[in-house]
Design a protein. Structure first.
Length: 207
């Protein structure tokens, strides 16, 4: 049975099965020719059937992904652990390593995804853009929800800028542009540390 056949048997769509199968096949091929110094980062936004399909995954499909990782011998590590291992030029314990991340801190991360990950005791990272939380705008996690996840030891809070701007949209190689981008990053970092009591040096570019 091929990797894609195995994925299809879980009830995933054929396209998703093919894409994940290709990804895993490439990792396995790399592992055959190199040491255990590679990992997969699974990046999500919303875990909900009610948010835009382009950035969303239904809860049952999210659970299928996690089931597949477990059934195929993957260890889910925190993103800082993955990065620190790679930077120190050390091998992982196996050639099947994954990390889970979310962008934007949408409400479903703190409700739906959190309950699933907490039950399984899986670490994950949330890249937080802070302005919507500060303004209580839209369906966002609250600082209290994010603090609860952080305090559990399972979540790593990380920086996704303050306003989620497209950083190169109005690019100009000027002091004003550089100061504006620095402010976007440092403002978010300060708010994360103030409200969650900790942060990381991880950063995800919006868009």
């Amino acid at each position: 049975m091929t990797v894609t056949d195995s994925l299809s048997s879980t009830g995933m769509s054929p396209l998703l099965s093919a894409l994940l199968g290709l990804l895993i096949s490439l990792i396995m091929a790399a592992g055959a020719h190199a040491s255990n110094r590679h990992a997969v980062v699974l990046q999500y936004h919303h875990v909900s059937p009610d948010t835009p399909a382009i950035t969303s995954i239904p809860p049952e499909q999210f659970e299928q992904h996690l089931d597949w990782l477990e059934e195929n011998g993957f260890s889910v590590l925190s993103l800082p652990e993955v990065i620190n291992t790679l930077r120190s030029d050390r091998d992982f314990a196996s050639d099947r390593i994954a990390a889970i991340t979310f962008d934007d801190a949408g409400e479903s991360v703190c409700t739906v995804a959190w309950s699933i990950l907490k039950k399984r005791k899986l670490p994950f990272t949330v890249f937080i853009n802070t302005q919507p939380i500060e303004q209580q705008f839209g369906s966002q996690c609250s600082w209290q929800q994010l603090r609860t996840m952080t305090d559990s030891g399972l979540m790593t809070p990380a920086n996704h800028t303050h306003t989620h701007l497209h950083m190169l949209e109005n690019y100009s190689n000027t002091g004003a542009w550089h100061a504006s981008m620095k402010d976007e990053i440092t403002k978010a970092q300060d708010l994360i540390e103030k409200n969650l009591g900790t942060s990381s040096t991880l950063f995800a570019y919006p868009y």
